[in-house]
Design a protein around this ligand. Structure first.
Ligand code: F6P
Length: 195
């Protein structure tokens, strides 16, 4: 069996401010997670001859990968966070206050709701298809550093979760989800590195 390690980027400055989307750098806690995560990956993949590190094209995942040495890194646009369109950079409170209809429609059907000029969970699931095909094809371990909505969709694929649950799956910061792909099926472990 070969492992696939899934993690969100370390805490970003926008996470601290409660702003969605954007392209900010890491907070101090986020930088600390990047270091701890690199140590974890180094130990976990010590025995492996090859492995690759996949990130999105956003700074916060690239910075989270940066302390990891010795493995090739690949950036995928398909791993970028769900795009919130006109709501990009807002807090949930601002959306609720300034665009109450949008807020309510999303609450009613988070899976299908598409942000104005942005994406829905269904859009994200669709754009992840080439990533999933490539993940299935790999023989060596892969470390995927991405974002909350994207990782919900990726995790749901491997854990065989129904579509309607995807937007509500818990994928906390500073936590590693290890998926083992074996002949007998898929096994899962979670490691919480920091609070
Ligand atoms: O808040 C972090 C974040 O990654 C945002 O950039 C993104 O819009 C959001 O999470 C996705 O989660 P949800 O679908 O629950 O709003």
């Amino acid at each position: 069996p070969r492992p696939i390690l899934l993690t969100r980027h370390g805490e970003s400055k926008d996470n601290v401010r409660g702003r969605i989307g954007g392209d900010t750098i890491l907070s101090e806690a986020g930088e600390l997670y990047a270091k701890n995560f690199a140590n974890f990956v180094e130990k976990r993949l010590k025995a492996e001859k090859t492995a690759s590190i996949w990130t999105s094209t956003l700074q916060r995942t690239i910075l989270t990968a940066s302390p990891i040495v010795g493995f090739p890194k690949i950036q995928w646009r398909a791993l970028d966070e769900i795009y919130a369109g006109v709501c990009d950079g807002m807090t949930y409170e601002e959306i609720k206050k300034n665009m109450p209809e949008e807020y309510e429609s999303r609450k009613k059907d988070k899976l299908r709701y598409r942000y104005p000029r942005g994406e829905s969970y269904l859009d994200v699931i669709q754009r992840l298809e080439p990533v999933i095909i490539e993940l299935e094809r790999q023989r060596a371990p892969v470390v995927v550093i991405s974002h909350q909505a994207v990782l919900r969709a990726l995790y749901a694929y491997f854990a065989d979760k129904p579509l309607k649950e995807i937007p509500h799956i818990e994928v906390p910061l500073h936590t590693i989800i290890e998926i083992q792909m074996g002949v007998t099926g898929v096994q899962e472990k979670r490691y919480k590195l920091m609070d």
